[in-house]
Design a protein around this ligand. Structure first.
Ligand SMILES: [Zn+2]
Length: 274
């Protein structure tokens, strides 16, 4: 009854305005100019509210729809096995591991390989890293070891591990916290590699690492998060799969939600070495 009163033109002023917008549509009566401006603003507000409810990009929505919706509980070791990690380290003391640089992981940094050639899968990246094929010019304030390195490369089938997660890589921000404190995970985008499966595997791996190193989900960050002093752009638009207009937004939050969903599956227990 009260609602009916509120929805008549004789209700309080705000409802008068809403009524005239929603029911009158400004057609039946002469509406003052200021009221029409207000109607316009209100319409824009409604439209942006609707847009904000669905601003995970459509591609990410399709990926999400293809991921398992029911997620059974797992022990840490079971989640490690689901991530399907293949240990294929860069040999100690060689190329990108010439210098021993210990690390206490506080963050997890997610990347895209930006390598779309067919065959550029996780094991191919493992080989390139072992051979020292991914060189980078060493310079003060820039690359510190002459090579690009990171910890894991994930594709639709496996997660290849290249570095112990307690050693520093060279994948994020030169001598910044991204390299000094974060575990780097690259997602493959070679032709024929399934993105939804790759992203879900990266989310599982991130959840497992969160558990092992007590890392909060807010510290699972896109490469974009780190400032690359002296580079242009300072914030690299990476991983491009999970950014909106080159920046972290709704799609990134959706990914963090997936990481958290896998983390929530974990029942406490011993962990596998990583
Ligand atoms: Zn990156």
């Amino acid at each position: 009854m009260k609602l009916a009163v509120l929805l008549t033109p004789h209700g309080p002023p705000l409802w008068n305005i809403l009524f005239s917008v929603l029911v009158d549509g400004g057609k039946k009566r002469r509406i003052p100019f200021t009221m029409r401006v207000f109607q316009g603003l209100l319409a824009i507000a409604f439209a942006s509210l609707l847009a904000s409810c669905q601003d995970v990009n459509p591609q990410a929505q399709r990926w999400g729809n293809r991921m398992p919706q029911t997620l059974p509980q797992v022990t840490p070791v079971q989640l490690y096995n689901e991530a399907n990690i293949r240990v294929t380290m860069i040999p100690k003391g060689t190329v990108g591991r010439k210098f021993y640089r210990p690390m206490t992981p506080r963050y997890i940094t997610i990347h895209n390989t930006e390598n779309t050639s067919s065959g550029a899968d996780a094991m191919r990246h493992a080989l390139a890293l072992k051979r020292g094929a991914l060189k980078s010019r060493m310079r003060p304030g820039g690359n510190r070891i002459g090579f690009l390195t990171w910890h894991f490369t994930v594709d639709q089938n496996i997660a290849a591990q290249h570095l112990p997660s307690r050693e520093q890589g060279e994948h994020a921000d030169f001598n910044g916290p991204g390299n000094n404190y974060s575990i780097g995970i690259e997602m493959c985008e070679n032709r024929g590699n399934d993105a939804a499966r790759t992203i879900d595997r990266a989310a599982k791996l991130a959840a497992y690492l969160m558990y092992v190193y007590h890392i909060p989900v807010d510290n699972v960050v896109p490469h974009y998060h780190w400032r690359r002093v002296g580079s242009s752009p300072e914030h690299k638009p990476c991983p491009h799969w999970l950014l909106d207009n080159g920046r972290p937004g709704a799609t990134w939050r959706w990914f963090q939600g997936r990481v958290q969903a896998h983390f929530n599956r974990i029942v406490p227990g011993p962990v596998a070495g990583i």
